[in-house]
Design a protein around this ligand. Sequence first.
Ligand code: PLP
Length: 357
Amino acid sequence: MQFEIVDHPAPRSAEQIKSILADPGFGTNFSDHTAVIDWTEQRGWHHARVEPYGPIALDPAASVLHYSQEVFEGMKAYLHSDGSIYTFRPEANAARLNKSARRMALPELDEQLFIASLEQLVRADKAWVPGGEGEALYLRPFMFATEAFLGVRAAKEVTYRVIASPAGNYFGGELKPVRIWVSRDYVRAAPGGTGEAKTGGNYAGSLIAQQQAAEHGCQQVLFLDPLHENAVEELGGMNVFLVTNDGRLLTPELTGTILEGITRSSVIQLAKDRGLTVEERRITLDEWDRGVRSGEITEAFACGTAAVITPIGELVDGDHRIASTGTGEVTQSLRDELLGIQTGTVEDRHGWLHRLA
Ligand SMILES: *Cc1c(COP(=O)(O)O)cnc(C)c1O
């Protein structure tokens, strides 16, 4: 499928882009274009294009607005020192988008078409990829039900889009441990539910817990298992790892309620490459607490595309606190290695990079 390219009639000037990239923040500024592909039950995917970024006309009855039939992805484009632009493991994002789409009764998108949509958008908006340390052009592919119909069934009209947003350091500044609120009132996902799909509803349901976290001076929420067995699942949008004093890396196993992060699977691979033992299994909050106090657990971190790898500081569980393990050596060096591969300063020995432009 060929992409039609509709250039922005009045793109931002080099000056304007420069001033945005000087302090990109996260998710507040958007590049000049968007990639779009339409789908109908009758025609399948059609009309692939790159067009000017701007508001979308949507029928008020569009089913996404009522029943949240949508899925999304999150990835980054990195500027390398020779001026080329790469993304990281896009086939994995394509596979996950389709897994999420199947769960939400949305159509699957061919991997080649998915990757082409990223290439086309990034080629149009090359100037928007920041090159500072820890900076990248965040890419947000998403798919949603546009059919105007209030009946409850899978929509017969769907749109896929990609937007791009220059991103600085997700939590701002240098690597500071984030303070975490343990959610006791709310769970993120349940067996047979949508926790394994990257879909907006999971995030909508997590916002109230995020508000509680903020009220208690915490930046992120840790969700436990839905059966109240005290098992650690994940943060609102990041997977969790613990490091032990005898060279093991622990992370909750994928049970169907945890989103399988591409950063998570990359960290597991990099850890194994170093000879660390990786244990994917059930981890309770009590094990975490006891381990920190005995000195067996020396580091804790969260990982995801947006924030890469972030050390977990103190855990706030009601009146109980689990002490911070600070920013440990393993956390720091896994982060450096992963970022190094993504930005082209460390050898890409697993062939994870894909050139976009
Ligand atoms: C996207 C996401 C992650 C991290 O996935 P990455 O592929 O590493 O970015 C983790 N948990 C949830 C709930 C997510 O939505």
